[in-house]
Design a protein around this ligand. Structure first.
Ligand code: AMP
Length: 287
C-alpha cells in the first residue's frame, strides 16, 4: 500500500491508475478508523479495481469550541487496517499541505446544508464541501463512498457533486452498529461506560419512531415527542434535534412524508452524537 503525504505525488498516482483501470474508489475519512469506515473501504475494494483512502482531520469543519485538538489520532493502526482491507493508496496530508497559508477559497454548500446540523454547526458543511472538493481534485476518483451514519453530509455531498459537475459516482453505505445498536463513531471512544449506556437511547428512540411509523402513526409531532421522551428517559437532556423529515430534501411536514427519515443529534457530557434511521425501509431487527 502506497502512503502519500503530498498532494502532487498522490495526484500523479491517481492519474496513472485512471489510465490503467475503469473504476477507482475514494474513501475520505478523518481516521480513528473502525468497522464503519472499513465497510466503506471493503465496498470500494469490491466495486473498483483500485481504492484510495484519505485520512485528514479537517480543521475547517470544526468550530473553535469543538473537539479538533482532542480528536483521536491513531495513524499507525489506521494504516494497518487499511492495508488489511486491500487499499492501494492512502493520502495523509498535514494541515499545511492541504491548506496553504492565507487560504480563503471555500465551496458554498447547497441549501440542504442549512437545516439540522447546519443550524447547530453553522460553518461545518462549508468545511466539508471544501475539503471533499479538494480531495476530489487531488484524488480524481470515479467512485466515492460515504456513510449513511452522516446522512445530511451524504446529501450535501451528493448535491455538490451533481451541481458542480464532479461526475463522481457517489455510493452511500449502510450504518455499521455495535451488537447493541450503537452506531460506530470515532467519538464513541470519548464516552465513559455510563455515557455509552445512555447513548443507546439514540437507537432506542429511532427504533421506537420506526415501529410507530410502521404501525400507522403519521403525525410528525407525535413521533418527535416520542423520540424526545425516550431520550430524556434514558438520561439525555441536551438534544439538538430529534426530528422526522423527508429523506430527499430534509424538509419537515406536519404529516410524515412518503420517504421519512428520523435523525437525532444529542450531547452526552462533552460528546455530541448523531444517528438516523429510515422509517420506511430500515429493518427494525437489523438497524
Ligand atoms: P469520519 O472519519 O467520521 O469523517 O467518517 C468517514 C466516513 O465514514 C464518512 O462517510 C462517514 O459517514 C462514514 N462512517 C462513519 N461512521 C460510520 C458507521 N458507523 N457506519 C458506516 N459509515 C460510517
Amino acid at each position: 500500500m502506497q502512503v502519500f503525504k503530498e498532494k502532487e505525488a498522490a495526484r500523479r498516482w491517481m492519474f496513472q491508475q485512471r489510465c490503467a483501470v475503469d473504476a477507482i474508489g475514494l474513501v475520505p475519512t478523518m481516521g480513528a478508523l473502525h468497522e464503519g469506515h472499513l465497510s466503506l473501504v471493503r465496498r470500494s475494494v469490491r466495486r473498483c479495481q483500485a481504492t484510495a483512502a484519505s485520512i485528514f482531520v479537517n480543521p475547517t469543519q470544526f468550530a473553535p469550541d469543538e473537539d479538533l485538538a482532542r480528536y483521536p489520532r491513531t495513524l499507525e493502526s489506521d494504516l494497518e487496517m487499511l492495508a488489511g482491507c486491500g487499499v492501494d493508496a492512502v493520502f495523509v496530508p498535514d494541515t499545511e499541505e492541504m491548506y496553504s497559508s492565507g487560504f480563503s477559497t471555500y465551496v458554498q454548500p447547497p441549501k440542504v446544508a442549512l437545516r439540522l446540523e447546519g443550524k447547530h454547526r453553522p460553518d461545518h458543511f462549508r468545511g466539508v464541501t471544501t475539503v471533499v472538493a479538494k480531495l476530489f481534485h487531488v484524488l480524481p476518483c470515479t467512485h466515492a463512498f460515504f456513510g449513511h451514519k452522516d446522512y445530511q453530509q451524504a446529501c450535501v455531498l451528493e448535491h455538490m457533486n451533481r451541481e458542480l459537475d464532479f461526475g463522481v459516482d457517489i455510493e452511500v453505505c449502510p450504518t455499521v452498529r455495535d451488537a447493541d445498536g450503537l452506531a460506530l463513531s470515532s467519538r464513541n471512544r470519548y464516552l465513559s461506560g455510563d455515557q455509552r449506556s445512555r447513548a443507546l437511547s439514540l437507537i432506542r428512540a429511532l427504533r421506537q419512531a420506526a415501529e410507530r411509523y410502521q404501525n400507522g402513526e403519521r403525525s410528525t409531532a407525535a413521533l418527535e415527542r416520542g423520540m424526545r421522551a425516550v431520550l430524556q428517559a434514558g438520561g439525555i437532556n441536551r438534544i439538538d434535534y430529534a426530528t422526522v423529515v423527508d429523506a430527499d430534501n430534509l424538509t419537515s411536514h406536519s404529516t410524515v412524508p412518503e420517504q421519512p427519515i428520523a435523525l437525532i443529534a444529542a450531547h452526552l457530557g462533552g460528546t455530541r452524537l448523531i444517528d438516523n434511521l429510515r422509517l420506511d425501509t430500515d429493518s427494525l431487527a437489523t438497524a
